[in-house]
Ligand binder design. Structure first.
Ligand SMILES: *Cc1c(COP(=O)(O)O)cnc(C)c1O
Length: 369
């Protein structure tokens, strides 16, 4: 039995920006497993690091030190904002959101949650409580949360001395590609400081170079108290992380949180190698450059939103458009009610961009005829 929606496609192999199906057909991958293969499929350096680790140590509880974890933490130090220096590893984005919420409740002793319309934070109960989409939440007992208007500075008025956490995506993904405005984040930061609330940025989708900055919040000059990352950080190997400022974790007793597989040595090796690749290849710059190229081609015939290689194209019937794209050799996703979401890997070429744009143009003209 399967719960998931299905695309009628069986994938056999992936390499760089392409995947192949069971019939031997090649696809340009702008789906990348919900963005997880942003560094491309099976980057050599990461595959080698996992293999090497596999021959040394595959399991270790976080109650023990390992080289894999220590090396990975020191690599992370090169890309994380310096004040977000308390890192905890989890396995998925939703799990990291759960931990971030727990930390905020503990740090403040409060219960209030503020998130935003069209926000998405994952499918577990805590994460769903701050996720907007009604379909995902229906019939479930959730935590109480308020939903503010995204990019409306008056949403900051909802932050008060009962607010434990304010959580948002600096660029909204799943709910419709929507970049946050700088003045909006500035205002939320100010209100959180004033109220003593924890500001959480969920960069599971928009982080790690995808928008053209290492972290999307950095291009807005506003720093969170907790940063959440996942999806692509280890090239698709399952690992996520929560990075918190000192004040948030002050007073927590050791053992407050735990995770059997969190910080697994293979995942840490994959993460470390991915960070090295990220730095060596200057991934954010590539995302900026190719994103600009792709966006300028698409904007000739369609309405476009997004940043870097996180793009949303407005269409009438996104479900149909995605199926047509798939039939023409391009994998993409939906976002919100009326968008095709493109999450290609950083290694996409100009030629790939023309191919993608050409296919998209044809699909859109079919829709309007
Ligand atoms: C995908 C996503 C999540 C959930 O991550 P999972 O690994 O699927 O649990 C959380 N937040 C954002 C912004 C996401 O895009």
């Amino acid at each position: 039995m399967r719960f998931q929606a299905h695309r009628g496609l069986k994938l056999i192999r992936g390499e760089g920006q392409y995947v192949w199906d069971s019939e031997g057909r090649r696809y340009l991958d702008a789906h990348t497993g919900h963005g997880a293969a942003f560094l491309g499929h099976r980057p050599r350096k990461v595959v080698d690091a996992i293999k090497e680790q596999l021959d040394k140590l595959m399991v270790a509880s976080t109650t023990f030190s390992t080289d894999a974890m220590e090396d990975c933490l020191s690599s992370l130090g090169k890309i994380l904002p310096s004040k977000l220096n308390n890192v905890y590893f989890q396995n998925s984005g939703a799990e990291a959101v759960e931990l971030a919420l727990k930390l905020a409740f503990k740090a403040t002793g409060r219960r209030g949650l503020l998130s935003f319309k069209n926000g998405f934070h994952g499918r577990t109960l805590g994460a769903l409580s701050v996720t907007w989409n009604r379909e995902y939440r229906e019939g479930l007992p959730l935590l109480r949360a308020e939903f503010g208007e995204f990019n409306d500075i008056s949403s900051a008025d909802l932050i008060n001395d009962e607010t434990a956490a304010v959580i948002l995506e600096p660029v909204q993904g799943e709910g419709g590609i929507e970049p946050s405005r700088r003045d909006f984040l500035v205002e939320l930061r100010r209100a959180c400081d004033e109220a003593g609330a924890v500001l959480i940025f969920d960069e599971v989708q928009c982080g790690f170079g995808r928008t053209g900055a290492t972290w999307a919040h950095q291009s807005r000059g506003v720093e969170p108290d907790i940063l959440i990352a996942g999806k692509s950080i280890a090239s698709g190997f399952p690992i996520s992380l929560v990075a918190a400022k000192d004040w948030v974790i002050e007073g927590l007793r050791a053992g407050f949180h735990g995770s059997t597989h969190g910080g697994n040595p293979l995942a840490c090796a994959a993460l470390k190698a991915s960070i090295e690749l990220f730095i060596e290849e200057n991934v954010p710059e590539a995302a900026r450059k190719m994103g600009k190229s792709l966006a300028s081609m698409i904007s000739e015939y369609a309405e476009l939103k997004g940043e870097g290689l996180m793009l949303g194209v407005r269409v009438k019937q996104p479900g149909r458009a995605i199926r047509s794209l798939q039939a023409s050799g391009v994998l993409a996703l939906k976002a919100g009610e009326d968008m095709v979401r493109l999450l290609p890997p950083y290694c996409i070429t100009e030629e790939d961009c023309s191919f993608l744009s050409g296919r998209l143009r044809r699909v859109l003209s079919e829709q309007s005829s």
